[in-house]
Design a protein around this ligand. Structure first.
Ligand code: GLN
Length: 546
């Protein structure tokens, strides 16, 4: 662990100030100076993992290579940095207590009284140290808002942490709100003062304040905040609202944040290299084309549930110099007869991942509309399932074809639960357990896939062997391989052992692709995902003709 440095990011006043983005941006800035970083999220809620949480309440479930179902903030971390994230990058109160209680049951505490301090706080501190190997800086974001009951053990743990590893190795950054009062025509510092007071009452003196605001903060305001909150003036950073999230690192840099961090942590680095960020933001803000993408899905009124998807589409847009307009279409409101009207504006149609039968027929109608009208189509996970069902019913003539997720006794179960498959990462034959709580276990995380030559996929990836992340139970039913191939479905991506269909395509179409995995999790601003890049390119082309 050597001389690892730790940056703790807390949030005050209210939620949704963008702590995740702030933490990711700090990571990006430190990387731009040549430091290696990792980012961890400590979440105060009791759920043991976010996998089963409703995306309506909590936003997207982000999946890492190692198959951990995590908080969507980890998506920001991966998009902004090169940190390799996995199961140790996200701990919840539930996971911490679970581990302590398991140890207690095992007798590890030798009958001693098990308490929040030191047992829970020790467990938290050990969890932080788990990610500290091989990196220069560990950034730890504490979920929730200062003043919440739930976050207290985490705050106590990070308070102790400074004494444990030495004060020169720890930095506390607090994100707060500086609201503008229109009636008084001025910004107000009181909420920030109170939030810092609250933090200090539990023993944490912040070193740097990130002040979320709609207006630039004058030097007078910064001085006032500095005085009341006991930080230096150059440690009061304006975190002004941005149009494009990828501007945040650049704005923080202009405010001197990275300089201040390395100064306080007493580290020497090269000057930051931010040209690639500048170039990306410039292209993002100055598109020469525009394209409308319809997302036909369920959680369409809460776009946070499609966070990575939206970002991947924007990345693909920038790569094509196109502004991407997202049209969210609720699949429960569409059917064959109104597709033309509901999807009239769309230059590309995307059906994202999802669970359960609600709105399925609408999604199938959208696929049919895209297929028969030569509109670029991209189906992701459940989106691939509906593409296969549509093909089965309307091209292969299999009446009543369905996924057994929606109809257990479907006459043609073209998508079904495969009870055994070879996990090529481990060489083990995996079994899906039908008796587990959720009916069966999921295929989660990175799996290899081999692409066939001459496919849309090959054109996009420009390589034969790829690895993508999964999160699903149901699979393409191999019984239908021959028939579908004969009828014109191209099975263009298969697991190397050959038993799992990962990509399907309709060759006689400008661009029609469904994949079993979630490519959106691996798209980065500076390296847009090839499938999104090509889907947007095809959609731009369609739009130009339309
Ligand atoms: N509900 C489907 C399954 O479990 C698809 C999941 C998804 O789209 N992520 O297989």
């Amino acid at each position: 662990m050597g001389n690892t440095k730790y940056v703790f990011v807390t949030g005050g006043v209210l939620s949704s100030l963008g702590k995740g983005l702030a933490s990711a941006s700090i990571g990006a800035l430190l990387e731009s100076r040549g430091l290696s970083v990792t980012i961890q999220k400590l979440d105060p809620y009791i759920n043991v993992d976010p996998g089963t949480m409703n995306p309506f309440q909590h936003g997207e479930v982000f999946v890492t290579d190692d198959g951990t179902e995590t908080d969507l903030d980890l998506g920001h971390y991966e998009r902004f940095t090169h940190a390799k994230l996995g199961k140790n990058n996200n701990f919840t109160t539930g996971k911490i207590y679970y581990s302590v209680i398991t140890k207690e049951r095992r007798g590890d505490y030798l009958g001693g009284t098990v308490q929040v301090i030191p047992h829970i706080t020790d467990e938290i501190k050990n969890s932080i140290k788990l990610v500290a190997d091989d990196v220069d800086v560990v950034i730890v974001e504490i979920g929730g808002t200062i003043g919440d009951i739930e976050s207290l053990p985490f705050l106590e743990a990070i308070r102790q942490f400074k004494a444990d590893v030495g004060k020169e190795n720890v930095l506390y950054i607090h994100l707060t709100l500086v609201p503008y009062m229109a009636a008084a025509k001025e910004v107000k510092t009181k909420p920030t003062q109170h939030s810092v007071k609250e933090l200090r009452s539990i023993g944490i003196q912040p070193d740097i304040l990130l002040c979320r605001t709609e207006h630039d903060l004058s030097i007078e305001i910064k001085s006032k905040i500095a005085l009341f909150c006991n930080v230096s003036v150059d440690a009061v950073i304006t975190a002004k609202d941005v149009k494009v999230i990828y501007e945040v690192p650049l704005n923080f840099h202009r405010e001197g944040l990275d300089e201040k961090i390395i100064q306080l942590l007493n580290i020497w680095t090269r000057a930051p290299r931010l040209e690639n960020w500048e170039r990306f933001v410039h292209r993002y803000k100055n598109p020469t084309k525009a394209v409308n993408i319809a997302i036909v899905g369920k959680y369409t009124d809460l776009t946070d549930s499609y966070k990575s998807l939206n970002e991947a589409l924007y990345h693909g847009g920038v790569a094509n110099d196109a502004k991407v307009n997202l049209l969210y279409v609720d699949s429960e409101t569409i059917y064959d007869d109104n597709c033309k009207e509901k999807l009239a504006e769309a230059h590309g149609i995307l059906v994202p991942g999802g669970f359960g039968s609600r709105g399925i027929e609408g999604k199938i109608a959208a696929v049919k509309y895209a297929r028969t009208n030569n509109i670029p189509f991209f189906g992701i996970c459940l989106g691939m399932h509906v593409a296969v069902i549509e093909f089965a019913r309307n091209v292969a003539g299999l009446v009543g074809a369905n996924s057994t997720e929606f109809e257990v006794n479907a006459p043609h179960p073209v998508i079904y639960l495969m009870l055994e498959w070879l996990n090529e990462k481990t060489g083990v034959v995996e079994k899906r357990d039908m008796h587990s709580d959720k009916g069966a276990t999921m295929r989660l995380g990175a799996y290899p896939c081999r692409i066939i030559p001459g496919s849309f996929a090959e054109k996009a990836y420009q390589q034969k062997d790829i690895s993508e992340r999964h999160r699903h139970r149901y699979e393409f039913n191999n019984e239908y391989r021959e028939l579908f191939t004969e009828k014109g479905l191209r099975l263009s991506g298969v697991s190397p052992a050959g038993d799992l269909i990962e990509i399907v395509e309709i060759p006689d179409h400008p661009w029609f692709l469904g994949c079993q995995f979630h490519p959106e999790f691996k798209s980065r601003p500076m390296s847009p995902h090839p499938l999104f890049k090509d889907f947007i390119a095809a959609s731009v082309k369609y739009g130009e003709k339309a």
